[in-house]
Design a protein around this ligand. Structure first.
Ligand code: SAM
Length: 223
């Protein structure tokens, strides 16, 4: 029986990785990743020499079969994504779901927990976080209005991800629902240009628009 380790990796700062994650990456037979260049950078940093196999949402079924064969042969594999915890708004789920169908005793799936942009942002928000709603990325076209209504009507603080290309438009659409929303926008967490904007939504939009809009963003809406 092979083991598939689901390994969380840094969301920016390469030092944000657990001892156990490094140990597992050193011990497995293969590393499955989204983008081999991104993962090789991490492996090089920790002087880990391992064969990497790219896996992404659109991987053909035969790739899943190949991974299955490796596990059935008793090989141990680590699945990583480009950043953070695999499966949280990134590829991996489909593969895990296929492999979980096979399940033990043939395949064991083991989490190696660590960073995620959602928990990093939540940890600095100061907003009530006993319960929260995580919505991933806003839909790009249809169902956007419904997405913002869900946030405006939520009883619990809401966390979502957004890209630099849409962050201002998204916040503007949310502001239309309720101008008094208090939010934080966490940009480039753990990286050189880490910035956290806090306050009423209109004020935050103004602050973001003052600079060059670049990087990765997490938004949290207070409740
Ligand atoms: N699986 C990842 C995790 O556990 O956070 C999330 C993957 S998702 C494809 C990528 C999105 O996460 C980015 O577009 C951004 O919204 C958010 N993100 C990732 N790294 C970030 C960082 N360092 N600072 C702020 N947001 C980040």
């Amino acid at each position: 029986m092979g083991t598939l380790y689901i390994v969380a990796t840094p969301i920016g700062n390469l030092k944000d990785i657990t001892f156990r994650a490094v140990e597992v990456l050193k011990e497995v037979d293969f590393v499955l990743c989204e983008d081999t260049r991104v993962t090789k950078k991490l492996l090089d940093h920790y002087e880990i020499k391992k064969p990497v196999l790219s896996y992404h949402q659109h991987s053909k079924l035969n790739k899943v079969d190949f991974i299955l064969t490796l596990l059935k042969e008793g090989k141990n594999l680590a699945l990583v994504s480009d950043a953070g915890t695999p499966g949280i708004s990134d590829p991996g789920n489909k593969l895990i779901s296929k492999l979980a169908e096979v399940g033990p005793p043939q395949i064991k799936i083991v989490p190696i927990p660590g960073p995620s942009a959602v928990t990093a942002a939540a940890s600095i928000s100061g907003f009530p976080m006993d319960k929260f709603l995580f919505l991933g990325f806003p839909p790009k076209k249809r169902k956007r209005k419904k997405f913002f209504e869900e946030i405006a009507n939520s009883k619990h603080s809401v966390i979502f991800y957004e890209s630099p290309y849409r962050i201002v438009r998204t916040l503007e659409e949310l502001r239309i629902m309720n101008q008094e929303l208090r939010i934080i926008v966490a940009r480039e967490l753990t990286k050189k240009f880490e910035t956290v904007y806090r306050g009423e939504i209109g004020e935050v939009i103004k602050e973001i628009e003052k600079g060059i809009i670049k990087g990765e963003f997490v938004v949290i809406v207070e409740r």
